[in-house]
Structure formats: structure tokens, C-alpha cells
Design a protein around this ligand. Structure first.
Ligand code: MLC
Ligand code: AMP
Length: 505
């Protein structure tokens, strides 16, 4: 194979005129049509002077063309760096600079804001809008619809996904072709995906879940996707009868259950519902089975590792657990301080090793060394235990992380912005329960002596700097933060104090 990722996911479908993407308006794009689109894009990228190994940063709305950009990067040997569409120019600047991206592809609406950044950082900029228009596709139109695939090895980098951290600085997780392919193969087999599958795809394609789990698994099996631009309950209800499988974050499931139009009859031809990226409440699992007769299959993964565990396809899908380590994945529960493996049943930090585990953080050897052991085990920061039957339970987090609707939010990043605001002495950002998003963000502020922080102005300042999903839903000013005897802020005390703040009952 000259390029394992491209050949295995995309190239094998050359010439196939069966549908690959079913679009919301009822139109379809065949595998062959999709590959031709990718080839034309690959020509544009190569003609722009991009060389194998160069990074391409894309902040684009979900569309067939956006997905073809991923395929084009694979074919041209480029490192694909997808970015959340909610990121602000401030956030994007960091990613472009840190990654050394040579090309930025963004929505036309964002081009004016990003052009000066791209110019300063020596990156070229092309536009791609949600409807497939823009400079990228204008240039692609006149290109040949086949492209000589660039030779790459399994150990070459295929993608960078940025993940934030406890210091507030985002880190580029480096994923190789082998990382992505090994997981795609394992999952497709484990979840019995075939060319007959039609996956209802409503996830964003800038994260592991929507891009690598959902898309790669479908591609490797030769199946098709109903490709929706985003999650919308009505659209899901309309399309579910045509699907055989769905993948979603827990919010998808709770929103569907909240709609009376979501009935057993709609999903009679479905074979599999998968949930991940955030904890699925056992109560959601139970309600879902009562409504539909289907047991949701919950799995557990991370940006750095792809998928690590899964409930069984056949056998008991146990609510409140993430199942067993996937074939080829070693998983152990360790003492957070010493790193020593704990006896089965005890709670500790989950560590994982396998062909799915990333290569480290781009140009951050110290950060890599803190989380990726020399023996290959990655310290996930998730707290878990393995029960008597071998099921893995995620019971909490050893890292200061909020997961809202499946998006990760690191409080430190928000605290740094809040601390810099006039009248603010210090801040603590915590996650509190939220019926729709599972958790949401609350900002707790302490005023400088004699000052009165203006929470509206502070909210405006946050809006300029950080993506919408990171914004505190509310800012509260209190006299002082609770601290332990070591002076460390006791976020658990704050979380207990405000746990009902967004409860609707
Ligand atoms: C949108 N908003 C969010 C949000 N999504 N705020 C907090 N958390 C979120 N997840 C903002 C919107 O900008 C909007 O702001 C307001 O909240 C309400 O928006 P909405 O219309 O209700 O939200 P919607 O657009 O429907 O999006 C909700 C969602 C979406 C759950 C469908 O967030 C989503 O698709 N999440 C999936 C994330 C995901 O793929 N995670 C995988 C990571 S990979 P305003 O101001 O306009 O009202 C990973 C590894 C693994 O974790 O294991 O998979
Ligand atoms: P990310 O860094 O965005 O890839 O998010 C990964 C994190 O999501 C993990 O470290 C877990 O904390 C969380 N996660 C993913 N899947 C699950 C799950 N099924 N249950 C609980 N937490 C999960």
C-alpha cells in the first residue's frame, strides 16, 4: 500500500457508484463522486505548494466538501487539523501559530478576521462555506478528478487534534495513520459494521467522535451516512427510519427522549445506537430501552487515544459502564500518586496502551512526558474501576475538566480570562449539572478589595476571547473561595453549593 490511510478508507471505494452520503434534501453523493471531489481538492492543495507532512487547519461548517477536504489531506499526505467552528479569532490564532499550519481553510464569513493572522504567520488562506461555495471549490472545479496518491507510511502523522489542558494551553495531539486505522478496523469489527449500514451522522466533524469514530468506521466498512449539518431533533426523527445505526453524545439521546415524536416505530429497522464522549446516565439508558426496545451501546474514548473500551455488541450492555477494553487495548486502574496498578474493584486513574494511542503533543515534550509513560501507557486523567465481571466504570475525573454536551472545557482557560478582568481578584470555574448538556459552566468571582466586578462587561470580554460553548452560563460574585489547609481552592465545595443552580425542578 502506498498510503494506508487513504487506500484503506477511501481508495478501496474507487469506481463504486453506490451512495456514500445521503444529504438532507434527499440528494446523494456516490463513493466515486466523493473521491473525485477529494481528488480535485488535493490538486488545489498541491498546486498551492503544500508538501507531505504540512499541516492544514480547517475551520469549516460540516458539508460533503468539508469531509472531502479530510480525504484530500489523506491523499496528498497532509496533516489534517480540524477546528471547532465556535472558536474565536484569538483561539484560532493560537492553533495556527502553534501548529505551523501552511494553509488555513475557513468560512467566507470569517476570512476577513483570519486573513491578517494567516498573513502574519505565513499561511495561505482559502474559503469553504457550508453550502460548498468559496475559493477552495472554485479552484477545485477545473482540476482533474483523479490524483496520484502521495506515498505515506503507517507511522506518518495524519491529523492533529487540539485538546486543552489544566494549564489552559491547548496541546496538539499527534495521530498517525496507524492510530486512526487500527481503531477504525477494531470498531467496525466490534460493532459489526458492513457495507449495508447507513449511519445517521449528526455529530460535528472536527472531533474524534464525528470524524474518526463515525466516519472512519463507515468508510472502512463501505457503508453510507445520512449526513446532517448538525443535530436537530426534527431532522433526526425524519431520517431515523432510513438508518441502521446512530452515534451520538448523551445530549442527543436525552433530546430525542424529550420529544413525543420519537417512537419505537421510527427505529424498528435500526440495529445499533452508540453513545460516548460524556457519561450517559443509567436513567437515560433505561428510558431509551423502555421507549424503543434498544439498549444503547456505550463506549469510552479520548482525543489522544481514539476509543479504548466498548460495551459488547452481543452480550450485556451494562448501563452506567463503558464496557470492556477493546481488542488490542491494555487498560489498567492505577494509584493517582504512585502510578502502581490497583487491585480489581478499586478506584484509580485509568491508563491505556495500544495501537490507538497517540504519539504525543506537538512540540511539547514535557507535557507529553507528564501524560504518556515511556512504557506506552497514557494517563487518561479519568477515574474508574473495573467490576467483578470486567466492565469498566468511569466514576469521575482526576483532571479539572467540564464536559458540556460532549465538548471539553478546561476551567483554567476561562479562569485566566476572568482573572484578568477589572475588579476581579480571583475566580473559580466549575461544572454544574445541566439537564440538556449534562454539565454546564458556572463562573465564581471574588472581587478585589473595594471593587465591584461588572459581570455584564466581564461576560462581553469572555465573548470576544472564547468560543460560545465555554462561556459561563452565569457569573456569581462571592466573598472568598473555599480553600483547604494547603490553600488549594476546593472546587468540590463550590460544586456542592451550586449543584441545583440550573435545575429546572
Ligand atoms: C452549543 N452550545 C453549547 C454547546 N453546543 N453550549 C455548551 N455546550 C455545548 N455542547 C451553545 C450554542 O452556541 C448556543 O448558544 C446555545 O449553546 C444553545 O445551543 P443549541 O442550539 O441548544 O445547541 P446545539 O447547536 O443544538 O448543539 C448542542 C449539541 C452540540 C449537543 C447538539 O453541542 C453537539 O453536537 N455536541 C457534540 C460534541 C461532540 O461531538 N463531542 C465529541 C468530542 S470527541 P447561543 O448563545 O446561540 O444560545 C470526544 C472523544 C470521545 O469527546 O470519546 O468521543
Ligand atoms: P476529549 O478530550 O474531548 O476527547 O474527551 C475525552 C474525555 O471524555 C474522556 O477523558 C472522558 O472524561 C470523557 N468521556 C468519553 N467517553 C465517555 C463515556 N462514555 N463516559 C464518561 N466519560 C466519557
Amino acid at each position: 500500500m502506498t498510503n494506508p490511510l487513504y487506500d484503506t478508507l477511501f481508495g478501496i471505494h474507487a469506481g463504486k457508484i453506490t451512495p456514500f452520503l445521503h444529504l438532507p434534501d434527499g440528494g446523494t453523493i456516490t463513493h466515486a463522486g466523493f473521491l473525485a471531489m477529494a481528488a480535485r481538492i488535493a490538486h488545489v492543495l498541491t498546486k498551492a505548494g503544500l508538501q507531505p507532512g504540512d499541516r492544514l487547519a480547517a475551520q469549516v461548517a460540516k458539508s460533503p466538501e468539508a469531509l472531502a477536504l479530510y480525504a484530500a489531506c489523506a491523499q496528498a499526505g497532509l496533516v489534517f487539523l480540524p477546528l471547532n467552528t465556535a472558536y474565536t479569532v484569538d483561539e484560532l490564532t493560537y492553533f495556527i501559530e502553534n501548529s505551523g499550519a501552511r494553509m488555513v481553510v475557513c468560512d467566507g464569513a470569517g476570512a476577513d478576521g483570519l486573513q491578517p493572522v494567516a498573513d502574519r504567520l505565513g499561511a495561505q488562506l482559502l474559503t469553504l462555506n457550508g453550502d460548498g461555495t468559496g475559493r477552495l471549490m472554485d479552484q477545485a472545479k477545473s482540476q482533474p478528478d483523479t490524483y496520484p496518491t502521495v506515498a505515506r507510511g503507517a507511522d506518518d502523522l495524519a491529523a492533529f487534534l487540539y485538546t486543552s489542558g489544566t494549564t489552559g494551553r491547548s496541546k496538539g495531539a499527534m495521530l498517525t495513520q496507524a492510530n486512526l486505522l487500527s481503531n477504525a478496523r477494531t470498531l467496525a469489527e466490534h460493532w459489526r459494521f458492513t457495507a449495508d449500514d447507513v449511519l445517521l451522522h449528526a455529530l460535528p466533524i472536527f472531533h474524534t467522535h464525528g470524524l474518526f469514530v463515525a466516519t472512519n468506521v463507515t468508510l472502512i466498512a463501505g457503508g453510507a451516512m445520512i449526513f446532517l449539518p448538525k443535530f436537530d431533533t426534527d431532522a433526526m426523527i425524519e431520517k431515523l427510519p432510513m438508518a441502521t445505526a446512530m452515534m451520538g453524545v448523551p445530549t442527543f439521546y436525552t433530546r430525542l427522549l424529550d420529544d413525543d415524536g420519537f417512537t419505537r416505530n421510527l427505529v424498528r429497522d435500526m440495529r445499533l445506537f452508540i453513545s460516548g464522549s460524556a457519561p450517559l446516565l443509567a436513567e437515560t439508558h433505561v428510558q431509551f430501552e423502555a421507549r424503543t426496545g434498544h439498549r444503547i451501546l456505550e463506549r469510552y474514548g479520548m482525543t489522544e487515544t481514539n476509543m479504548n473500551t466498548s460495551n459488547p455488541y452481543e452480550g450485556e450492555r451494562r448501563a452506567g459502564t463503558v464496557g470492556f477494553p477493546l481488542p488490542g487495548v491494555d487498560l489498567k486502574v492505577c494509584d493517582p500518586k504512585s502510578g502502581a496498578e490497583l487491585p480489581q474493584g478499586e478506584v484509580g486513574v485509568i491508563e491505556v496502551r495500544g495501537p490507538n494511542v497517540f504519539q504525543g503533543y506537538w512540540q511539547m515534550p514535557e507535557k507529553t512526558a507528564e501524560e504518556l509513560r515511556a512504557n506506552g501507557f497514557f494517563i487518561t486523567g479519568d477515574l474508574g474501576r473495573i467490576d467483578d465481571d470486567g466492565y469498566v466504570h468511569i466514576v469521575g475525573r482526576d483532571k479539572d475538566l467540564i464536559i458540556s454536551g460532549g465538548y471539553n472545557i478546561y476551567p483554567k482557560e476561562i479562569e485566566l480570562v476572568l482573572d484578568a478582568q477589572p475588579g476581579v481578584l480571583e475566580s473559580a470555574v466549575i461544572g454544574v449539572p445541566h439537564a440538556d448538556f449534562g454539565e454546564t459552566v458556572l463562573g465564581v468571582l471574588v472581587a478585589e478589595p473595594g471593587a465591584t466586578p461588572q459581570t455584564d462587561a466581564i461576560a462581553d470580554a469572555v465573548r470576544d476571547k472564547l468560543a460560545r460553548f465555554k462561556h459561563p452560563r452565569e457569573l456569581i460574585v462571592i466573598d472568598e473561595l473555599p480553600r483547604n489547609t494547603m490553600g488549594k481552592v476546593q472546587k468540590n465545595v463550590l460544586r456542592d453549593r451550586y449543584r441545583e443552580i440550573f435545575s429546572t425542578t
